[in-house]
Design a protein around this ligand. Structure first.
Ligand code: S3P
Length: 181
């Protein structure tokens, strides 16, 4: 266990259950939960789809890194001020691409512990088939090529995700994470 409060960052492909499990984890530990996509949406008053549409992915990645730094700082300062003695300052559910851009991995590893939620490919496909519309990266992918797209993208991202301190597959219960950290 770290000698100062740290943040738990959840990584994983879209549909891997980061937000769902992150909320459970934060509630089990009685610490704040931040969904990074929601944080960006609230800050810029736009949905992720609107951001991709209006400013493009490159600008989104910059905003994502800014949000990551900002929310981490807020979580840590909140803990240091009000709840000293806690081992974990909060849980951050990252976007699927967060660990893959702008040296975000290095930043997160310096602030806390990182967990890759890695369910099987067929589980991801099943979940994402239902949610294509509001996910800009897959909104235009036809259902019959979705599996191929996810598989390729997952292969590209695995070298980043694999750097997590803990890999959970499939991610079903918070105890798996708590026992592993
Ligand atoms: C993205 C995943 C999304 C969101 C954006 C880009 C990605 O987050 O950040 O659409 O690059 O995989 P979720 O993984 O929370 O859906």
């Amino acid at each position: 266990m770290a000698d100062r409060p740290t943040i738990i960052y959840l990584w994983g492909f879209m549909g891997s259950g980061k937000s769902f499990l992150g909320k459970q984890l934060a509630s089990a530990l009685h610490i704040p939960f931040v969904d990074l996509d929601e944080y960006i949406e609230n800050h810029h008053k736009k949905t992720i789809a609107e951001i991709f549409d209006e400013v493009g992915e490159q600008a989104f990645r910059k905003w994502e890194t800014d949000a990551l730094h900002e929310c981490s700082k807020v979580l840590l300062s909140y803990t240091e001020k009000g709840r000293a003695g806690l081992n974990y300052a909060g849980v951050v559910s990252c976007g699927g691409g967060t660990p893959c851009f702008h040296d975000n991995i290095h930043f997160m590893k310096a602030q806390g512990r990182t967990v890759w939620l890695n369910p099987p490919l067929d589980v991801l496909v099943l979940r994402l088939q239902k949610e294509r519309a509001h996910r800009p990266l897959i909104a235009d992918i036809s259902p019959d090529t979705l599996t191929e797209f996810i598989s390729e993208r997952l292969n590209q991202r695995s070298p980043y995700y694999r750097q997590a301190d803990l890999i959970i597959s499939p991610a079903e219960h918070v105890d798996e994470i708590l026992n592993g950290l």
